[in-house]
Design a protein around this ligand. Structure first.
Ligand SMILES: O=c1ccn([C@H]2C[C@H](O)[C@@H](COP(=O)(O)OP(=O)(O)OP(=O)(O)O)O2)c(=O)[nH]1
Ligand SMILES: [Mg+2]
Length: 153
């Protein structure tokens, strides 16, 4: 198992006590569940979006890495609770609190409980581009075709 050492700051005293410290649920889990660092339940009416803190900050430091905040499939599919930004991107130089934008895209009210697992954090490799400006590209099979150019079936 390869694990990358990552600096983390606990910004809220409830983390590690009433709200669990993030952990991989299984050996094969790609994501670490992020929990709502709330002092009381938070009601999300249909259509509402709220920015919810996790009580944690990470400093990835390595520009060849980033983290993605992704929805949890159960919350999204069953309850319509997804991310207001659809996907969150955590830059390697970000040192602030990890925030989760919670969007109730469903038709029923949803109450977020303190410590509830809202989303998941996945560490991903990143390659930064260095642009080389050219007049023409070497030709490719696809060329400029896109947006369904290959048909539906
Ligand atoms: O779901 C998210 C998305 C972002 N962030 C933090 C980490 C990220 O590094 C920073 C900036 O995010 P992004 O670049 O996506 O937002 P922006 O609107 O471009 O803001 P900025 O001008 O600060 O880059 O906000 C979160 O905590 N949660
Ligand atoms: Mg940005």
């Amino acid at each position: 198992m390869t694990r990358k050492k990552l600096q983390i700051r606990v910004l809220d005293e409830r983390i590690g006590k009433s709200i669990a410290f993030p952990a991989y649920a299984t050996d094969g889990s790609a994501g670490l569940d992020l929990r709502a660092c709330l002092s009381q339940p938070l009601v999300l009416e249909p259509g509402d979006t709220q920015l919810i803190g996790t009580g944690l900050a990470i400093h990835i430091a390595d520009p060849a890495l980033a983290a993605l905040i992704l929805p949890r499939s159960g919350l999204g599919h069953k309850h319509g609770i997804v991310l207001g930004n659809l996907v969150g991107l955590i830059d390697s130089d970000y040192q602030g609190e990890l925030m989760v934008s919670c969007w109730n895209r469903g038709q029923t009210r949803f109450t977020v409980e303190p410590g509830e697992r809202l989303a998941q954090l996945v560490l991903v490799p990143v390659v930064q581009a260095e642009f080389e400006v050219v007049d023409e590209f070497d030709s490719s099979h696809r060329g400029t075709g896109g947006f369904g150019s290959t048909g539906r079936n």
